[in-house]
Design a protein around this ligand. Structure first.
Ligand code: GTP
Ligand code: SPV
Ligand code: MN
Length: 582
């Protein structure tokens, strides 16, 4: 139903005049509308139906082979003052960016339908939620936004009531990588994306709105928009503590959010509840604690590596009503990707006969889209308008060496330094080289909508009288031995580390103090039934002082990249640790 809100109506009219679609469709989010989208995509080849017996209502989308991941080099934050975007972002002058985008958008929807997609990030009745409208010419985007957000009539009603929303304009254009831009205008609360139909480039509610624009809004409004999963850990006494954890793209958020406890833990009564797997909005509550909501309603998860062994919860939610993007298929048309323990690929992600010498069956960044409610560990706390109170915040990355399995920050300031100085090996989630270690502060390098120096200061500002902040930790599941093998089993066994984290947060576990943080003594971790070599555990928990001296020097150089925007308190904290190590 076209909007009664003058600003929304006006914007949609302006966009239609610029892009010249054949039709304008206002999305209501209904089942009938979704059936129409699917019908259109089956007709034009955007979707292929998967095996109806084994995977009812499941579809495969094969994206353009040149359009398979986020494109950081084509993603811009367009602020009036370049220093507000910071050295952590690509910047373009707003007027220049608008001129470039207008030229690309001119007439780009001729012969197409323009969809107007109202959506709400967060529970529809939560004061912490924020709304947006995405205009797109891609029915694939409409179908994905319907799963990933609260999309349709209820969101539109909220937008009309509140009168404000984030404006997102998206066109797939010709899917030409040379005519592709993802532009953000935080001062205007708007996003413009052209030339990609993939994931975070195109589903504008996700990284563009819920991280880049939201982080900018959150700074002025006193909250945090973060690249974090949210998980509830229920102990045998029936107490549930919530943890938020930031890992860079394709570094284990979905897996940790859906963790299945090791057998001994299950027997003792431990349970894990999934609130979110990618994005977390945190607000200080009246009681001084930080409360978190998951602004998303679905999961856009990495398929390769997902298996009965690593993530049985994810496998169970992918049997029906899911969209698969760039996976392979079996001879009987079931989805297939590397790491699966059953079946065999017949075609690869580009639809060619599978040949291991030519290509993996699934693209390394192949994804599934599925409603959060289909996950066996779903909790209706994900719908709680107040959010869940956090007991711990964890930062983690892929570090083959140096960083121990887990360490605890001394206090909030130290924790912010730990997050700010995170580094991780790059992955297939973004176009470019894979496996290169780079600084990725709070796993937000590709997603912070403003200068990291200001962002670190904003993080520090939460430590004020009356605040009951979560404790901050760092983890590393990805240490490798001399043979290049992972030293820690990971996945379900990560609960062993979470148990120590929560015990530390409630003052019930021991630790060894070191200049870079507190690490568990081997006896402080529950390793029952793990069968891990004592020497390996020892190595995982050892702080390499010489290695950390070099790391601290490198962190000093990194903090200096943000000039005088880097808070003095953070530099002082780094200097204090460096001095202790010396
Ligand atoms: P985005 O959706 O891109 O933000 O990624 P994510 O952080 O949710 O990563 P995800 O959980 O999808 O994991 C990415 C890859 O890391 C998958 O191939 C996993 O199998 C692998 N992985 C996840 N957890 C672990 C772990 O504990 N140990 C090891 N070795 N690999 C892991
Ligand atoms: C990520 O890259 O961190 C993702 C996938 O979660 S995307 O939606 O493409 O950003
Ligand atoms: Mn992500």
């Amino acid at each position: 139903m076209p909007s009664q809100l003058a600003s929304l109506k006006q914007w949609v009219d302006d966009v239609a005049r610029l892009t010249q679609p054949d039709q304008v469709h206002w999305c209501d989010g209904s089942d009938a509308e979704n059936a129409l989208m699917v019908e259109r995509m089956l007709a034009n080849g955007d979707l292929l139906k998967l095996n109806e017996q084994t995977h009812p209502n499941c579809y495969l989308h094969r994206s353009s082979p040149q359009d398979v991941a986020r494109v950081e080099h084509l993603t811009f934050v367009c602020t009036t003052n370049p220093a507000d975007a910071g050295p952590n972002n690509h910047w373009m002058e707003p007027a220049e960016a608008h001129a470039q985008m207008d030229a690309l958008y001119a007439g780009c929807m001729r012969g197409r339908t323009m969809y107007v997609v109202p959506y709400c990030m967060g529970p529809i009745d939560s004061p912490l939620s924020r709304c947006g409208v995405e205009i797109t010419d891609s029915p694939y985007v409409v179908a994905n936004m319907r799963i990933m957000t609260r999309m349709g009539a209820a969101a539109q009603a909220r937008i009309e009531r509140e009168g404000s929303f984030v404006k997102g304009l998206h066109s797939i254009g010709e899917l030409d990588p040379n005519r592709r831009f993802i532009m953000h205008f935080p001062e205007e609360l708007s996003i413009q994306s052209f030339g990609s139909g993939y994931g975070g480039n195109a589903l504008l509610g996700k990284k563009c709105h819920a991280l880049r624009i939201a982080s900018y809004q959150a700074r002025t409004e006193g909250w945090l928009a973060e690249h974090m999963l949210i998980v509830g850990i229920e102990n045998p006494k029936g107490e549930t503590h919530y943890v938020a954890a930031a890992f860079p793209s394709a570094c284990g958020k979905t897996n940790l959010a859906m963790l299945i406890p090791p057998e001994g833990y299950r027997r003792d009564g431990w349970k894990v509840w999934t609130v979110g797997d990618d994005i977390c909005w945190m607000h200080p509550g009246a009681d001084g604690r930080l409360y978190a909501i998951n602004p998303e309603a679905g999961y856009f998860g990495v398929a390769p590596g997902t298996s009965e062994k690593t993530n049985a919860n994810a496998m169970a939610m992918l049997n029906h009503d899911a969209i698969f993007t760039n996976v392979g298929v079996t001879a009987d048309n079931q989805p297939w990707w590397e790491g699966m323990t059953t079946g065999a690929p017949a075609q690869d992600w580009q639809g060619r006969p599978y040949d291991r010498a030519v290509s993996p069956a699934a693209h390394p960044n192949a994804r599934f889209t599925v409603s959060a409610k289909q996950c066996p560990s779903y909790t209706d706390k994900a719908e709680d308008p107040q959010g869940v109170p956090l007991s711990a915040i964890i930062f983690g990355g892929r570090r083959a060496s140096l960083v121990p399995l887990v360490l605890e920050a001394r206090d909030w300031t130290h924790g912010v330094l730990v997050g700010a100085s995170m580094a991780s090996e790059t992955t297939a989630a973004a176009t470019g080289a894979v496996g290169v270690v780079r600084r990725d502060s709070m796993a937000m390098k590709p997603f912070a909508g403003y200068n990291f120096g200001d962002y670190f200061a904003h993080w520090l500002s939460f430590d004020k009288p009356g605040a009951k902040l979560p404790k901050i930790f760092q983890v590393n599941w990805f240490r490798k031995d001399a043979d290049g093998k992972f030293m820690w089993p990971g996945f379900g066994d990560n609960l062993r580390v979470l148990e120590w984290v929560l015990k530390r947060a409630t003052g019930q576990a021991g630790a060894l103090e070191t200049p870079v943080g507190n690490v568990p003594n081997p006896a402080d971790l529950n390793t029952d039934g793990l069968g891990l070599d004592a020497a390996v555990l020892e190595q995982l928990l050892t702080v390499d002082r010489e290695g950390y001296k070099a790391e601290m020097a490198s962190i000093g150089e990194y903090l200096d990249e943000f000039g005088d925007r880097t808070p003095h308190a953070l530099k002082a904290e780094r200097a204090r640790i460096a001095a202790q190590l010396a």
